[in-house]
Design a protein around this ligand. Sequence first.
Ligand SMILES: Cc1cc2nc3c(=O)[nH]c(=O)nc-3n(C[C@H](O)[C@H](O)[C@H](O)COP(=O)(O)OP(=O)(O)OC[C@H]3O[C@@H](n4cnc5c(N)ncnc54)[C@H](O)[C@@H]3O)c2cc1C
Ligand code: FES
Length: 243
Amino acid sequence: MRLKIVEKRQVAKDTYVLKVENPALFDILPGQFFMIRINDFNYPLLRRPLSVAGFSNTIDFIFKVVGEGTKILSLKKEGEFIDFLGSFGNGFTINSSKRLVLIGGGIGVAPLLYLKDTIENGYKLKCESYFGFNTKSEVFTSSGNVSTMDGSLGFKGTAVEMIQGDLDKNSLIYACGPLPMLKKLALLCFEYGCEMQVSLEARMACGIGVCLGCVVPTVNGDFKRVCVEGPVFDYEEIQWQEM
Ligand SMILES: Cc1cc2nc3c(=O)[nH]c(=O)nc-3n(C[C@H](O)[C@H](O)[C@H](O)COP(=O)(O)OP(=O)(O)OC[C@H]3O[C@@H](n4cnc5c(N)ncnc54)[C@H](O)[C@@H]3O)c2cc1C
Ligand code: FES
């Protein structure tokens, strides 16, 4: 599916928002992602996964430049077309009887912005959000409670440190971010008895469950594919020590 870029702009250090026309062919759950073909020719060969950060009359993505593919994407211009495959993955499940707590780190905040919008404006429910970044120049949202490691904006410390003393059994955490953050949250959930749906990242080649390049270990001793069975998992399914 080739979609036209409606808007592309830098929103923070090495971080861009990309909005493409919404063909209105489908609904997209928060947490789902698209596989994006970076160029019309075969370099880079593999498509790159990006989560949906917003969905209205445009489909919005927020991405960080980390390598060749995202660098090329950052140079695209409004009016150009990009080839998208998707949407893929399972997405987050909303439970209205719980205290909904969104915790994101760095670029992992991107899919949580769409989740927040869905909870508040779709379901008309309340949620709390805690979004952590390294430093002010990397912050790309004014939504929710923001922290920075160096204290240059908001709370000084991690997103987890902002909320950890205040979690309880009724909390349902939605998390996305760096692995150490997710591991720390898994420990806290175990300690406080709260639930957590966690969106995991993995290197992906096919995005459709065929190559097995994206598997993660589970507590049952088997593996699950992030692209098909995920990217959102119940934290209790994951064998965190082997991650
Ligand atoms: C389901 C899913 C959703 C994602 N959503 C977003 C998003 O919304 N915004 C965003 O900025 N990024 C997102 N990513 C990560 C994004 O796909 C990678 O950053 C991108 O593919 C890197 O491509 P590249 O060619 O620029 O870098 P490469 O040249 O391929 O790699 C550069 C560096 O980044 C590391 N890297 C690349 N891909 C990943 C990955 N998937 N996980 C961990 N490390 C990686 C490599 O190990 C290497 O060190 C998502 C990944 C997944 C699996
Ligand atoms: S990316 Fe190929 S199986 Fe998941």
